[in-house]
Unconditional design. Structure first.
Length: 146
């Protein structure tokens, strides 16, 4: 996995573009993230985290975080598209004053989630637990920003 490019590099390459703020789309994405969060919480309470569902939990956590980042991007008047769009969205965390270690972990999570989605990679319960803890850490700050 290569290091994450800087936010401005994604702007220069036009993977990220400055646009008119789209607060309605941002609000809709935040609402969907909250729906996914509620569903994940219910899933974890009723079924629990197991080796067999670790990939599902990891994917859901990733989706919740990326939806909130994307929501903030739209509210602030940015949009990402094309190859490396998710990396560009993650790079926005630096503009939002997130810790470098959190940005690195989110990029790692993106990489592993892609492994699940496109290459059939199986991740374990231990890593899924780290991802759930990461989600719990990120949610308050992300929600406060939107």
């Amino acid at each position: 996995m290569s290091p994450l490019k800087k936010f401005n590099e994604f702007l220069e390459s036009e993977i990220l573009r400055k646009k008119k703020a789209d607060k309605e789309r941002g609000k809709s994405l935040k609402k969907e993230a909250e729906r996914k969060e509620k569903s994940l919480k219910e899933f974890l309470e009723k079924i629990g985290l197991k080796e067999e569902n670790a990939n599902d939990v990891i994917e859901n956590c990733y989706d919740i975080i990326i939806f909130l980042i994307r929501s903030k991007l739209y509210v602030d008047g940015y949009a990402a598209s094309g190859y490396n769009a998710h990396e560009a969205e993650i790079s926005y965390l630096s503009k939002l004053n997130f810790l470098e270690e959190d940005i690195r972990f989110m990029n790692e999570l993106r990489y592993f989630r892609n492994g699940i989605l496109y290459y059939g990679k199986s991740l374990n319960k231990e890593y899924a637990k780290k991802v759930v803890d990461f989600l719990k850490k990120m949610l308050p700050k992300l929600k406060k920003l939107i």
